[in-house]
Design a protein around this ligand. Sequence first.
Ligand SMILES: NC(=O)c1ccc[n+]([C@@H]2O[C@H](COP(=O)([O-])OP(=O)(O)OC[C@H]3O[C@@H](n4cnc5c(N)ncnc54)[C@H](OP(=O)(O)O)[C@@H]3O)[C@@H](O)[C@H]2O)c1
Length: 324
Amino acid sequence: MDFTAHMDFTTLGRTGLKVSVAGLGCGGHSRLGKTKGASAEQSGDVVRAALDLGINFIDTAPAYGTEEIVGAALKGRRDGAVLSTKTQIVTSGSDVLGTDFKDPSQLVADLEKSLTALQTDYIDVYHLHGVMPEQHAWCAEHLLPVLKGMQSQGKIRYLGITERFIYDPTHEMLGVALEDDHWDVIMTGFNLINPSARNVVFPVTQSKNVGTLLMFAVRRALSQPEALRSLISDLISDGLVGADDIDPENPLDFLMDENDADSVVEAAYRFCRHEPGVDIVLTGTGSVAHLKENVRSILKPAIAEKSQKILARLFGHINNVSGN
Ligand SMILES: NC(=O)c1ccc[n+]([C@@H]2O[C@H](COP(=O)([O-])OP(=O)(O)OC[C@H]3O[C@@H](n4cnc5c(N)ncnc54)[C@H](OP(=O)(O)O)[C@@H]3O)[C@@H](O)[C@H]2O)c1
């Protein structure tokens, strides 16, 4: 089924770019199916299906190994797409959380590599990939001037930064980055188990008109029942969720009450899509069937108010897990 006619579009903050509310994530655990052995052709089919569904925002990165696939799938369709890719900030092979920073001049070669892989001469949104709180000041001082130089040459349209949600589930880095206000676009983790960006990220992105991309809408905990049970059991053990308040075997089944959502995955995407301040919900998959399902979910109305109240009571205070 083709949803192109029904895709919803929004403005990506101060960039003014018109973007689909669903974005294709070419990383995460699936990497367009590469992690499960999909061929480049099969992964390309996911990208082409996304475009056919009306998705125009595509997020990739050298670290995912999917830039070439995206570049090939966009042949003849580049003009309609908004391309987002990234660069790592530490030297290749070093600890991504550490301070073995790459030489700033390396960014020029990184960008050229991405342009070649993506078969384009400009990137719409170019991010620093997975920056930790302790790393941001160095990035702003040493990498930002190089990024601005490449922007003035027209090779980058807008600058972005992504957090490392697994290690920074309270969004400490974005707290600093949004205050400094160098970035037109940010990418943050948000989902129905850790909705803390609602309190510390979205109020600022909205007031400063920063484009906001959302990752981890579903990830593992909300797509794999066993991972969900294990996460809920940890939250109960840590005293963060009351044992009497939740069914540990089927913790989120209430979301399907009264035929509201068809599945936890559907509810999870709908929960994110309607959060004020979220511009694009990224969905990462190696499956065209999942992609279609997810686009359909993202285009559905918000989940029932009753469910939202229960979620707020159960998880509204959680800010120490990512759902990975
Ligand atoms: N710091 C960063 O810069 C950073 C970090 C993480 C992610 N990201 C970006 O954000 C994107 C999205 O993040 P994410 O990977 O966490 O995506 P997600 O949409 O939250 O989760 C996707 C996972 O759920 C599974 N899934 C998707 N649809 C499903 C369905 N209908 N039913 C059952 N399982 C389903 C996928 O596996 P299947 O392949 O089996 O569908 C995949 O493993 C990434 O692709 C990447 O572009 C950026």
